[in-house]
Design a protein around this ligand. Sequence first.
Ligand SMILES: Cc1cc2nc3c(=O)[nH]c(=O)nc-3n(C[C@H](O)[C@H](O)[C@H](O)COP(=O)(O)O)c2cc1C
Length: 277
Amino acid sequence: MYQCVSFYKVYKDNNFSRSTPHYFAIQAESAVDFLHSVVIHPWAKGGFLRSYAYLCHQIYNIALRKMADNYLGRKMEEYFSRPNTRKTHHSPSLGKLLLKNRSHRAYDEEFLVREDQLRRIIEVNCRVASARNQQVLRFRPVLKDEADRLTPLIRMGGALPHLHLPAEGSRPNAYIIITSTIEENRYVDIDLGIAAQSMLLQAVEIGLNGICIAAFDREKVKQEFHLESDPLLILAIGKGLDDIELKTISKEEDHTYYRQEGRHIVPKLGIDDLIIK
Ligand SMILES: Cc1cc2nc3c(=O)[nH]c(=O)nc-3n(C[C@H](O)[C@H](O)[C@H](O)COP(=O)(O)O)c2cc1C
């Protein structure tokens, strides 16, 4: 009997929380077990010592089960009451995006840019600044099925004419043509710069690359894509293949980009040359 009381104390003292949903299930199960050991078993099997031993054994089992359950219950409660310390996916910092946002002139032709990716890139324009908030820019996505009509009308790498960029085998297969609903003016051009840079940063954030292209045949692009107004700028979008490095230069040095052992080098002014003193 002493054994029974001590086992009972063990499971009584283990602070089982009544708020956990499985508490009720355990209670019901315990009641059935207890009934079986006290009422049914002695009747069925007979013999006082055997019944007493069986009763002790049952209470011991219940106590163990409850302790185990209580342990899990407590762990669950602890877990859910903890502040959420799980690491969430963080977007790359602006610094990293700016660094990765290099003008690529060679693209992986195997990688096909999808419509939803261009849509996501264009969508940044729903959130950017616009002079007098006129939002006059419009965007024509161009995917693989139409890209071959646009590629011959653009020119890349004006400073590297001998490379004839974009080279065969590494041409872009997606573009965004930017037009305006009004005649081009100072404010349209400022909006254009904001839109282009924002879209390129978005492209980089989703693992793509791009380049602004101003050197293209405006008239032919307008005709070929049945545009209502003149195209102002084209973005090529894709998986960039160029190996590009920024090199800090002084304002006296040549600003022209160049190739060195297969690497594309882009000279950039340092902060002291940018600030007006
Ligand atoms: C408005 C604008 C128009 C550009 N047009 C062309 C172009 O027609 N062809 C080209 O190869 N690159 C073009 N570029 C890309 C520049 O050459 C490039 O930004 C520059 O070499 C610096 O390289 P980075 O963009 O990697 O910093 C253009 C860039 C801008 C901002």
